[in-house]
Ligand binder design. Structure first.
Ligand code: FAD
Ligand code: MLT
Ligand code: ZN
Length: 458
């Protein structure tokens, strides 16, 4: 929590000239939703929220902030989980939610241009209406914005098949910290004319530029889907099974790991019936999607899993939704236990089982009262480690987990980013030379350090 920040009334008046009175928010009650992160663990404070309607207004705001040295945090849906989109250093919040136009789907190019504030769900719906699909999907789809997913290089539920957000972004429009606007939305997929700025902006967490629009790659929509929950008696068997399925099923779209404790928590929190009559230690939710019915392919691949102890296959959409609720509702269920410490890490596949088995002890050693919850995108080597029952500012468990991850050759952020929550541990994954190079890029594109100055760098 920072001291109540303030901006001169003349500056507020200039903001009002740009966007209009309605879209400069200074009222305490109206500010609070923009100041608190999704988990409720991180509360910042902002003097104002400004809500531009288009790229020109964003450019005018950034230039004004640069002139007066006013720091800005860009915010989309505020579903980020690393306190990167909330004003932890008293920054002004620049909300992109009004810039939400969705263009016509270009069926020939299989592309779509959208405003940064369009939600993931709206983009997915627009693509589906044109007989195509947007490859990124995640639990916060109804609120997370395209700008936020680009800024965090969001991974999500289908990365195993299509790659992450960076792989979907063909072009971007953005206002850099210099106040200059770059716009490259022509949609050429082969374009080796120098540095690929869309890739650089993916994962830049609002520190280099404010994304205002993007040209997105769409993929084929697959209407035939098989969704199944596979049960195992140990994590090593589950991980080996996923490797086997990846090798056999090209159309494997998701492979998500859960443990019995997490599934029980979800069932208790939301009054759901358990997936099996008898509980099992580990579950893997798989989804295979194709242009023809993949049932036989899935049956053959799954049938060869000698270590699998049980399986449930969704027979209809209601059952499919239930299987997905066991997985997706982990995030909401964990919030019923308080304000969890959320870590999202990747391990090399050959260290994943060891990590899953050892990490609860690593946490218990430093925070004996903390409880560890594990789930995630196992096909990508990405495990979500949540610690409940620990004070919001007690970071001993976080540090122990991240040290452990680094010692196993993993990454301290698989998909949520560094934000402000993890910046003190950036050095675990990045050398001094890499951090210097990143700082040099930051200085070049944001010379006055006005864009999210408290994120990423320690
Ligand atoms: P915000 O939270 O508003 O901002 C996130 C970061 O992006 C901040 O640093 C912010 O400054 C910056 N930013 C936002 N918009 C812009 C812009 N236009 N230009 C420049 N910078 C910008 N993430 C995953 O990767 N995979 C998942 O499976 C996943 N599942 C989730 C499930 C739930 C229930 C929840 C609550 C979150 C989940 N997340 C997941 C995290 C979150 O949804 C993603 O990080 C998402 O990309 C954030 O989008 P947002 O619009 O909410 O961004
Ligand atoms: C998920 O995969 O469910 C998300 O990344 C959210 C979380 O980590 O809770
Ligand atoms: Zn995730």
């Amino acid at each position: 929590m920072v001291a109540e920040p303030a901006l001169p009334s003349t500056f507020i008046a200039e903001l009002t000239d740009i966007v209009g009175e309605r879209d400069v928010i200074t009222d305490t009650d109206l500010r609070s939703g923009y100041e608190l992160d999704w988990t409720g663990r991180f509360r910042g404070a902002t003097p104002a929220i400004v809500r531009p309607a288009d790229t020109a207004q964003v450019a005018a705001i950034v230039s004004l902030c640069r002139r007066d040295g006013v720091a800005i945090v860009a915010q989309g849906g505020n579903t980020g989980l690393v306190a990167g989109g909330v004003p932890m250093g008293g920054e002004m919040v620049l909300s992109l939610r009004r810039i939400a136009t969705i263009g016509e789907v270009d069926r020939a190019a299989r592309q779509l241009t959208v405003g940064a504030g369009a939600t993931l769900a709206a983009v997915r719906t627009a693509a589906a209406a044109a007989g195509l699909a947007y490859a990124i999907d995640l639990g916060a789809r109804d609120t997370a914005t395209i700008g936020g997913t680009i800024a965090t290089n969001a991974g999500g539920l289908n990365l195993i098949r299509y790659g992450g957000t960076r792989e979907q972004v063909v072009g971007v429009e953005a206002v850099l910290g210099t106040g200059q606007t770059i716009s490259h939305l022509g949609g050429l997929v082969k374009d080796n004319t120098g540095y690929h700025l869309p890739s650089l902006l993916c994962g830049s967490e609002g520190t280099l530029g404010i994304v205002t629009a993007a040209r997105l790659r769409l993929v084929a929509r697959h209407d035939h889907r098989v969704t199944a929950l596979l049960a195992f008696a140990e994590v090593g068997a589950a991980i080996e099974a996923v490797s086997h399925l990846r090798g056999r099923l090209d159309a494997l779209e998701s492979a998500e790991l859960m443990l019995d404790a997490g599934v029980r928590l979800v069932c208790e929190a939301f009054d759901l019936r358990p997936p099996f009559a008898e509980p099992h230690l580990v579950y893997v939710l798989i989804e295979v999607a194709d242009s023809h019915d993949p049932t036989d392919d899935v049956a053959e691949a799954v049938g060869a899993l000698t270590t699998m102890v049980d399986a449930a296959v969704a027979a209809d959409d209601a059952q499919r939704d239930l299987l997905w609720r066991y997985r997706e509702d982990h995030t909401l269920a964990l919030n019923t236990l308080g304000k969890p410490h959320k870590l999202d890490v990747t391990l090399p596949i050959d260290r994943l089982a060891e990590f899953l088995e050892t990490v609860p002890m690593v946490v218990r050693d430093v925070v004996p009262h903390g409880r560890t919850w594990l789930f995630g995108h196992v096909g990508d080597g990405n495990i979500h480690v949540n610690i409940s029952g620990v004070d919001a500012d007690d970071e001993a468990g976080d540090e122990a987990v991240l040290d452990h991850v680094a010692s196993l050759g993993g990454s301290i952020s698989a998909e949520h980013g560094i934000g402000t929550a993890k910046k003190q541990w950036l050095h675990l994954c990045r050398s001094a030379a890499e951090i210097d190079a990143m700082r040099a890029i930051k200085r070049a594109l944001d010379p006055d350090n006005v864009l999210n100055p408290n994120a990423i760098f320690p």
